[in-house]
Design a binder for this molecule. Structure first.
Ligand code: FES
Length: 101
């Protein structure tokens, strides 16, 4: 099991190893998307960038960046990830809903 702390929501969830982060956050009713992105997102296909998160710690416990993340994210910062493309295999602290409208 891995513990994911969503710092800006004051919430912590426990998920089985290798859980997809987007699916885990949605199952826990965390506000992954903001504004119109709640409806207008690519549903986890790595095409829209709406699920971008900030990884505060534990980035090494997430699966490596995918080709979609290299294409969509505008930075090589290892702390910026797409939740739909990342699986978690250890404890991590993140912030969700960090994109401006
Ligand atoms: S949901 Fe579109 S990139 Fe993650």
């Amino acid at each position: 099991m891995a513990k994911v702390t969503i710092q800006n929501e004051g919430h912590c969830i426990e998920v089985p190893n290798n859980s997809n982060l987007k699916e885990a956050l949605i199952a826990a009713k965390m506000p992954l998307y903001n504004g119109p992105r709640k409806l207008l997102n690519c549903r986890g296909h790595g095409r829209c960038g709406s699920c971008e998160i900030l990884v505060i710690s534990g980035a090494e416990h997430l699966t490596p960046r995918t080709a979609a993340e290299h294409r969509i994210l505008k930075t090589y910062d290892p702390h910026r990830r797409l939740a739909c493309q990342a699986a978690v295999n250890g404890d991590a602290e993140i912030e969700v809903n960090t994109l401006a409208l």
